[in-house]
Design a protein around this ligand. Structure first.
Ligand SMILES: [Zn+2]
Length: 123
């Protein structure tokens, strides 16, 4: 493994958590996750210097770090959301199953979280 990456700011030396990349063509400074390897025009920054980053005059700062940029839903996000919903539904199911030996509703066919699928009484 490579040695621990350090903040590139003078007299800082804290562990780097982000990489700042200057895109000169677009006058944009992109602050993103720590780059896999150092490239020209890339500067590793610690958490504090990432927070306090200000772009040069006329430049735009684009932050790609978690929580600092508006989230754009992706497939992974939707899957994570679906998993979170399933997690949230589970304790209710456990509570229902451990409900003091209560007999299940004979009309109940299936249960999805707080939603229950019921047979039609006409059947
Ligand atoms: Zn620093």
């Amino acid at each position: 493994m490579s040695p621990v990456r350090r903040c590139s700011r003078t007299a800082c030396g804290r562990p780097a958590v982000a990489t700042l990349t200057y895109v000169y063509a677009d006058s944009t400074a992109v602050l993103g996750p720590l780059a896999t390897y150092a490239e020209p025009h890339c500067y590793d920054l610690c958490a504090e210097h990432s927070e306090r980053l200000t772009a040069p005059r006329g430049w735009e700062v684009v932050r790609l770090l978690d929580g600092s940029a508006p989230a754009r839903p992706s497939g992974d996000d939707l899957e994570a959301l679906a998993n979170a919903v399933r997690e949230a539904a589970r304790p209710q199911q456990r509570a229902a199953e451990a409900g003091g030996g209560r007999t299940a509703d004979p009309m109940e066919v299936a249960r999805r979280g707080h939603l229950r699928v019921l047979r039609s009484p006409d059947n």
